[in-house]
Design a binder for this molecule. Structure first.
Ligand code: 5AD
Ligand code: SF4
Length: 451
């Protein structure tokens, strides 16, 4: 007897598969989570091997020349993977910057789309499936819309991102972002809070608000300020930590410090890129603040009740940067006493105002300045991290290093804490535990779990 539920002679429908690779900042990482969710909703299944995927996507970064070179190197490798029905897509900042030129350099690419056009992804995918092979989504500073989707495929079940503002209107003279990510546009506080609520309801305890200039957030409904959004998420049941990145000094207001002090869940960490300690260089960079303006914001943070950890970004070797300017950057780092510095050699970017400025700092001098800066900073962090010795802090468990017999986690200040426990059962990933710090390094802390 045949099984009445068996449908004969019908092969199972195989979902289309995709592979995605992501470069660049946290905004890109989170965009990819949204792209993955959208693809899955459209019936695609993610695979980890590009060789077997029907659709290969590459989410790109163009912040510095090196990042961009990587993209074209990768595209060359795709060439060898071409096959019947296999499609390639370039997303992100290089896609927006290079546009249709990518089809000339890599004719096997069928879709080129910048982040400001991702909300049209379902439509672009349908065109791709219909056989179109030169599809572009290049909303260069045209759109006022944000990419909101319920279908975000979050890669971590405890810590999740929410983009609250997209794009950038600051036009720092070295930076591609205003050209690659479009106009500044904020989501309504209602939609941000609803997303946070949904995340907290399914177990997310650590929420990170994202934006190229996150604190330039302007609620389109006019209801809430950035600090109020931070506070409201911090007070939600289930939320243990709220972080935010990246802040622009120009829009850094005092109420941000107040909310860090008032709401325990708002993390004691501010990433505030200064770029240079010289007001002359800051002017040439079109940063719209001076050294003194920046230091005033730092003084607010130092006067706070909380021990606010500060980190920053620096560019060395900007056109016109003299030895004296550079020394002002070094003195700035000494004065602020940052807990972390991301430093980069200046890299001229297409379309930016600075690309026309004569480069006055040689590659050798750039490298030498970068090394001096990083060396001094390392020594400074050796001292500043030592302030945590013998203190007890709350740590969120992130994973295990079985080889070293350690548990890895992160503090409210976003510091890496590696620790051990006498307990027979290890705390689960995502748990919050107290750790007494027994040893300190320039970039991490070591300790022992306590009750
Ligand atoms: N060259 C070097 N560094 C850059 N950044 C941005 N644009 C450039 C550039 N053209 C750095 C800045 C920024 C960080 C994300 O990257 O420090 O804050
Ligand atoms: Fe890279 Fe900037 Fe684009 Fe992020 S926004 S991916 S850092 S170019």
């Amino acid at each position: 007897m045949t099984n009445p539920f068996q449908i004969l002679d019908q092969p199972a429908i195989q979902p289309k598969t995709f592979y995605i690779e992501t470069f660049g900042c946290q905004m890109n990482a989170h965009d990819s989570e949204k792209v993955i969710g959208t693809l899955q909703h459209e019936g695609y299944r993610q695979v980890q091997d590009e060789a077997v995927a029907d659709l290969v996507l590459y989410n790109t970064c163009s912040i510095r020349d090196k990042a961009e070179q990587k993209v074209f190197h990768r595209l060359n490798e795709y060439k060898r993977m071409q096959g019947e029905g296999k499609k390639f897509a370039v997303l992100g900042c290089v896609a927006q910057q290079e546009g249709a030129k990518i089809f000339e350099r890599a004719p096997y690419v069928s879709l080129v789309a910048g982040s400001a056009s991702y909300r049209n992804l379902p439509e672009m995918l349908r065109r791709l499936e219909a056989g179109e092979n030169r599809i572009t989504g290049l909303d260069d500073r045209q759109t006022d819309e944000t990419f909101d989707t319920e279908f975000t495929a979050r890669s971590n079940p405890h810590r999740g991102y929410i983009t609250i503002i997209e794009g950038c209107d600051k036009f720092c003279s070295y930076c591609v972002v205003p050209y690659t990510r479009g106009k500044e546009r904020s989501r309504t506080s209602e939609s941000v809070l609803a997303e946070a609520r949904r995340m907290a309801d399914v177990g997310f305890t650590d929420i990170q608000l994202l934006g190229q200039n996150v604190n330039s957030y302007r609620d389109p409904s006019g209801k809430m300020s950035f600090a109020e959004v931070l506070g409201a998420i911090g007070e939600m049941t289930g939320v243990r930590r709220v972080r935010f990145t990246t802040s622009h000094p120009r829009d850094f207001t005092h109420d941000i410090v107040e909310v860090i002090d008032a709401v325990p869940a708002v993390c004691d960490h501010v990433h505030l890129p200064v770029q240079s300690g010289s007001s002359a260089v800051l002017k040439a960079m079109q940063r719209e603040y001076t050294r003194e303006w920046y230091l005033e914001r730092v003084a607010w943070m130092k006067a706070a009740k909380s021990d606010i950890s500060m980190t920053t970004d620096i560019i060395v070797g900007f056109p016109g940067e003299t030895e004296e300017d550079f020394e002002q950057t070094l003195s700035m780092l000494a004065e602020v006493n940052y807990d972390g510095v991301f430093a980069f050699k200046y890299s001229p970017r297409p379309n930016t105002p600075a690309v026309g400025m004569a480069e006055t700092v040689s590659e050798e001098v750039k490298s030498a300045r970068l090394n001096r800066l990083l060396e001094q900073q390392r020594e400074r962090q050796r001292v500043s991290y030592a302030r945590h010795l013998n203190t007890t802090m709350e740590v969120m468990v992130e994973g295990y290093n079985h080889q070293r017999g350690q548990i890895a986690g992160r503090s409210s200040q976003n510091k890496t804490v590696n620790f051990t426990t006498q307990q027979p059962i290890l705390p689960a990933v995502g748990n919050y535990v107290n750790v007494k710090i027994t040893q300190t390094f320039p970039n991490s802390l070591v300790g022992e779990m306590v009750q």
